[in-house]
Design a binder for this molecule. Structure first.
Ligand code: ZN
Length: 246
């Protein structure tokens, strides 16, 4: 499978990246993980806008979902549209939340809303194992498997056992690292680079890609160095446009 980072900025768009969004492809199937502000812009560099086959929203914080409203326009009002309804998986309440954000009635003509739950789910050629992680709203980390390979995406989370299980033996562990190491950070919200490195080590992941950095508030060197100190394998910081063959 192939992972393309569309957006990797945490909490609000950064100078060089949209908010969280990741394109995962295999066998011609295109799955979008999260759809934060600006991610539709990056998507157009890598795929036809309407060629998305399914969307999974890890949680409903604004920086992970708001371009799902803009995407309504793409599918509903396309000159050659409207396009068929698209499966959109999210926490309970996703349909109402996106409709409120869009501000003009239900979105069921565009999205086929499906609730996420802990467990295993098949979407196109992928098997997704989901579990609740440690964040103030209902949030899912996910382990995505295809053809014997494993991509794990943390979603937003503080340290938790579920994340270690989801990342066990992952070929690529895409893990949030929002906080500076060595500071008094609020509990039960996000990871530092060191936390991400420690989870990767416990899980025996092969490779760690750090994401959801908040460039305005925390130096990339802090996140990278603290993650590298805690994980012996290859570490890198996600960039909008980066692609990984997994
Ligand atoms: Zn969040």
């Amino acid at each position: 499978m192939r992972l393309t980072v569309l957006g990797c900025a945490g909490s609000f768009p950064g100078p060089d990246s949209p908010c969280s969004s990741y394109l995962v492809e295999a066998e011609g199937f295109r799955l979008l993980l999260d759809l934060g502000a600006g991610s539709l812009s990056a998507l157009q560099r890598f795929a036809t806008l309407t060629s998305v086959d399914a969307i999974v929203l890890s949680h409903l914080h604004a920086d992970h979902v708001l371009d799902a409203c803009n995407y309504v326009v793409v599918r509903r009002y396309a000159p050659d549209g409207p396009y068929p309804t698209l499966p959109l998986y999210g926490p309970a309440g996703t349909a109402a939340r996106l409709a409120a954000a869009y501000g003009e009635g239900p979105l069921d003509d565009v999205y086929e809303f499906r609730d996420l739950r802990p467990g295993t789910l098949h979407i196109g050629p992928f098997a997704l194992t989901l579990d609740r992680v440690n964040h103030p709203v209902e949030t899912y980390g996910m382990r995505i498997e295809h053809d014997g390979r494993v991509l794990t995406y943390s979603g937003d989370t503080a340290p938790c056992d579920a994340l270690v299980r989801l990342a066990k033996g992952a070929d690529l562990f895409l893990c949030e690292a929002s906080y500076p190491d060595g500071e008094q950070n609020p509990p039960d919200l996000h990871l530092t680079g060191r936390d991400a490195g420690e989870v990767a080590t416990k899980a025996g992941a092969a490779r760690l890609v750090l994401t959801h950095l908040v460039a305005a508030w925390c130096s990339e060197a802090n996140v990278f160095d603290s993650a590298s100190a805690a994980f012996a394998g290859p570490v890198e910081v996600a960039r909008s446009g980066a692609r990984y063959e997994i």
